[in-house]
Design a protein around this ligand. Structure first.
Ligand SMILES: [Mn+2]
Length: 260
């Protein structure tokens, strides 16, 4: 069976439309929305709202780890738009997120198995998913006699992305799976080589619960995304091959492999 997997789509609707071509099964591991494009500051919701120059400055502050200053910059920009408070901000952003989701779910191949990334708004998905889209989170399905497990979302981080949950809640979702043959998640296990981003030059947040799970259950494969430029794209943990399927918005092509 030919499997295609994408993650970190971040607005790449055009490439997404053909990402399942030639595959038997297509999986998307989330992060559909583009808030901020570190490679093209003119793209994304922040640029739409505040302009490219603002987005560039915001990116520079975050890349330097100056999160407080980045938040202050963004507060001033919101005030300049006359928008106050988090609820007001989401009111404005939701319309833009919905525009992106409409394009992305139109382009999303069918059938597809999906889970959420940390840069997603799960509450909005029911308005956009198509008949051929099966959304899975803390669930296991049978695919030709194999057990495939899915866990979506990210963990609490200084980046304050929209779908971050506590390590405890995430661990509960992981524990709900039981043994699987292939594990699909947005975030990687907490292995330094897998969570370090060489371009952002920082450790992103990986999951200790996933690492414990992989050590205990030893699925054949653990496919994940989240780290856009990882120090290592794959690592073996015992019998398990952990593979970062790649930053789809940057590569434009899906990860592809035969599984049986
Ligand atoms: Mn991402």
């Amino acid at each position: 069976m030919r499997l295609h997997v994408v993650s970190d789509v971040h607005g790449a609707a055009k490439e997404l439309a053909s990402a399942a071509d030639g595959s038997d099964v297509f999986v998307c591991l989330g992060d559909l929305i583009c808030f901020l494009d570190y490679h093209d500051p003119g793209r994304g919701i922040f640029a739409d709202l505040f302009g490219e120059e603002h987005a560039q400055e915001y990116i520079e502050l975050r890349t330097a780890g100056r999160y407080t200053e980045a938040r202050e910059l963004s507060s001033r920009a919101w005030s300049a738009l006359g928008v106050d408070g988090q609820a007001g901000r989401w009111g404005v952003m939701e319309a833009l997120v919905r525009d992106q989701y409409e394009q992305l779910f139109d382009a999303m191949p069918e059938p597809a198995l999906l889970t959420y990334g940390n840069v997603d708004l799960p509450a909005l998905w029911p308005d956009f998913v198509k008949d051929g889209h099966r959304v899975l989170d803390a669930e296991v399905i049978d695919v030709e006699g194999m057990r495939w497990g899915f866990v979506g979302g990210g963990l609490t981080s200084p980046m304050r992305t929209p779908f971050e949950i506590s390590p405890e809640d995430y661990a509960q979702k992981v524990a709900a799976l039981g043994p699987v043959d292939i594990l699909f998640t947005h975030i990687p296990p907490a292995v330094p080589d897998l969570v370090y981003d060489v371009e952002a030059r920082r450790f992103e947040v990986g999951s200790q619960a996933l690492l414990d799970y992989v050590r205990e259950h030893q699925p054949r494969l653990h496919l994940h995304g989240h780290i856009h430029q990882p120090l290592h794209g794959r690592r073996r943990i015992g019998r398990t091959e952990c593979i970062n399927v790649g930053h789809f918005a940057g590569r434009g092509v899906p990860f592809s492999m035969d599984v049986a």
